[in-house]
Design a binder for this molecule. Structure first.
Ligand SMILES: Nc1ncnc2c1ncn2[C@@H]1O[C@H](COP(=O)(O)OP(=O)(O)OC[C@H]2O[C@@H]([n+]3cccc(C(=O)O)c3)[C@H](O)[C@@H]2O)[C@@H](O)[C@H]1O
Ligand SMILES: Nc1ncnc2c1ncn2[C@@H]1O[C@H](COP(=O)(O)OP(=O)(O)OP(=O)(O)O)[C@@H](O)[C@H]1O
Ligand SMILES: NC(=O)CC[C@H](N)C(=O)O
Length: 576
């Protein structure tokens, strides 16, 4: 049986930085080649980053990507890496000059073959029909006597497509390159998917995904290699950049199998390219690539939030972040995430007490700072509040919200002065019902927990503290911040449950209405109090305007606010 040492480069491309991404491809190809790799793969659209959104519609960007591909092929050869075939995703175009989501194989200083993604995802966060025209070609490259069929992400997510076609084309390996965003428990879905597709193709399937994050999307890696029987041969760690090497014994290509242009499943046209026909024997010292352990639910979500926050800060050219620390659990969890993302030395916290701030909230904020080592200062808002009140004589909600707005203004002023970007501490339960002050606690550049329901906030805080304890470290979040009843402290003795149902109940209804898209009647039929359901549904429906003005934040759920759930702001439909 011929042998192939495959390198899956689980890297973090930067959207729009083609030169950097090319450097990364060269760097990781060298890394893989030095370890004996005979085929090296990079993720979907690795040259441009992913997703590029409307950049795909700019001719200059498409051209830059295509030019870079050709230059990269030459550069790899010039740097002595030309004999290793490199599979790399890029932004290309069709014969009619429409943008396409492409991948190419670079070998011997040239682009040996290129093809476009056939199935374009157009649901959830994806809009690929807006940008791309589909391809109709199944590329099969012969590498050391093994026929390797290629696919791009959605190509293997839709039934009856690439995998079946790869099988019909006699592939000995199906290699799929991906830009597959993180969602809770998606690793289980992926494993099941690749097993099914490997069985359909009747051959080993290598699934490569990117890591890092781009705006609201987090990429968790989780690259997997399974054989036709579904056995996992290798699995990369989640959220970690790196290269996994796998030694594979694969069936020899049948020299006569098919002819160029032969149609297979779904009308795909087979395009065969022979790079090397000589089979290689198995190496004396095969690489031992294990199956990395899976993270638990809280660990995985927390890692996604840290990854998304770090990527946003760093990729946008910032070093430090600023957070208003109330002593409550939301800002405490955001601070813990920030410390893990960019280091305590780059996290700045401000306590901004008002006349209604309790002593325990001030103490809890200071205690959080002591535990984490973040920079901490206190700026009371009373003098500013009094100045406003003296001029405007506000009452009720206007007076309450003024405190939140003064804090928002103060944070933005310090951001302007010192260059830290502001992290907004809003959670998904609050965003759902509009429980935040516009231009107040909703100001900020990025909202690390905006896709996390309040009940999950408590679980994450407890998990993070426990993880610290297990490592012999100081738990970052003061126990009191977790244990006390949530309160906005905008009037004496205020607690969240004055205005909202208890969070267990609220989140259960929100889960049904938002994640599961159940209508009002279905939620009531499931046993919830009709009056509470009506109130929650109305609050959610009328808070769309607030959500649209909220900063971006990492998607962790199936249905994050924003691209996953697009509703009109101006909307009189009131029947859930
Ligand atoms: N459809 C629409 N399109 C665009 N703008 C619209 C709008 N409807 C109202 N507005 C504007 O929005 C304003 C009302 O929104 P806003 O000023 O935010 O005020 P509002 O939503 O009325 O009040 C804020 C709520 O959030 C709570 N809160 C505040 C701060 C922190 C926390 C916490 O625990 O985290 C909770 C607070 O107790 C209160 O219940 C209106 O005065 C109007 O200007
Ligand atoms: N006294 C304060 N000092 C500094 N920041 C504050 C203060 N009060 C509120 N904030 C900021 O406003 C955000 C909204 O806080 P608020 O206490 O109103 O509700 P919350 O949603 O329960 O948040 P938290 O759990 O962080 O307290 C806080 O997360 C914090 O960033
Ligand atoms: N980039 C893609 O085609 C991603 C779509 C795919 N269903 C995924 O989420 O993994």
């Amino acid at each position: 049986m011929p042998h192939l040492r495959l390198a899956l480069s689980q890297i973090d491309p930067y959207v729009g930085d083609i030169a950097r991404n090319c450097d990364e491809v060269v760097r990781w190809t060298r890394h893989a080649a030095e370890r004996g790799a005979q085929l090296v793969a990079f993720p979907e659209m690795a040259l441009t980053g992913y997703p590029v959104e409307d950049l795909a519609l700019r001719r200059s960007f498409v051209q830059a990507s295509r030019d870079a591909l050709v230059e990269l092929a030459a550069r790899l050869a010039a740097e002595g890496l030309g004999d290793v075939p490199v599979v790399v995703g890029y932004l290309g175009r069709s014969a009619e000059e429409a943008p396409q989501n492409c991948a190419a194989v670079l070998h011997d200083g040239r682009v040996a073959t290129r093809f476009a993604k056939h199935y374009l995802p157009n649901y959830g966060v994806f809009d690929e029909y807006r940008y791309f025209v589909p391809g109709d070609q199944l590329s099969v490259v012969r590498v050391h006597g093994v026929d390797v069929a290629l696919a791009i992400c959605e190509d293997i997510w839709q039934d009856g497509g690439r995998a079946t076609a790869a099988g019909q084309a006699g592939a000995g390996l199906l290699l799929a390159v991906n830009g597959s965003p993180y969602e809770r428990e998606k690793d289980d879905v992926r494993l099941e998917l690749v097993r099914r597709r490997a069985a359909e193709a009747g051959c080993t399937l290598a699934y490569l995904n990117m890591v890092g994050a781009q705006d609201e999307l987090v990429f968790d890696g989780d690259s997997i290699v399974v054989d036709a029987a579904g056995e996992v041969l290798a699995r990369a760690p989640q959220f970690a950049e790196g290269c996994i090497l796998v030694d594979l014994d694969l069936p020899a290509a049948e020299a006569e199998a098919g002819s160029p242009g032969e149609p297979v499943a779904d009308g795909l046209r087979v395009e065969r390219t022979v790079l090397s026909s000589e089979p290689l024997p198995a190496p004396e010292h095969p690489v031992v690539q294990g199956v990395a352990p899976r993270m638990g639910d809280e660990e995985e979500i927390y890692a996604a939030l840290v990854t998304g926050t770090r990527a946003y800060v760093q990729k946008n050219g910032f070093r430090s972040v600023l957070i208003g620390l109330s002593g409550g659990i939301d800002s405490a969890l955001v601070a813990a995430i920030a410390v893990d993302a960019v280091g305590a030395e780059n996290v700045y916290g401000i306590s901004m007490p008002s006349a209604y701030s309790s002593q325990h909230s001030r103490d809890d904020a200071a205690e959080l700072a002591r535990r984490t080592g973040l920079h901490f200062r206190t700026v009371p808002i009373a003098p500013m509040f009094d100045a406003y009140m003296g001029q405007l004589g506000l009452t009720g909600l206007a007076e309450e919200n003024l405190q939140s707005r003064l804090r928002g203004t103060l944070l933005m002023a310090v951001s302007n002065q010192e260059g830290h970007i502001v992290l907004a501490p809003g959670n998904k339960s609050e965003l759902a019902v509009g429980y935040s002050t516009l231009y107040g606690d909703s100001v900020g550049a990025f909202g690390p927990i905006k896709d996390v329901y309040k009940t999950l906030i408590f679980r994450l805080a407890r998990w993070r503290n426990k993880a610290a304890e297990e490592r012999g470290e100081t738990p970052p979040i003061p126990e009191n911040s977790i244990a006390k009843p949530p309160s906005a402290e905008l009037r004496p003795g205020q607690v969240d449950t004055d205005s909202l149902p208890d969070y267990d109940l609220l989140d259960a209804i929100l889960e049904a209405y938002i994640e599961n898209d159940h209508g009002r009647d279905a939620i009531v039929a499931a046993g919830f109090d009709p009056a509470v359901v009506d109130r929650v549904v109305r609050l959610v429906d009328t808070a769309e305007y607030k959500r649209r003005q909220y900063p971006p934040g990492p998607k962790i759920s199936l249905k994050a606010f924003g691209r996953d759930r697009r509703l009109p702001i101006t909307n009189r439909w009131r029947r859930g």
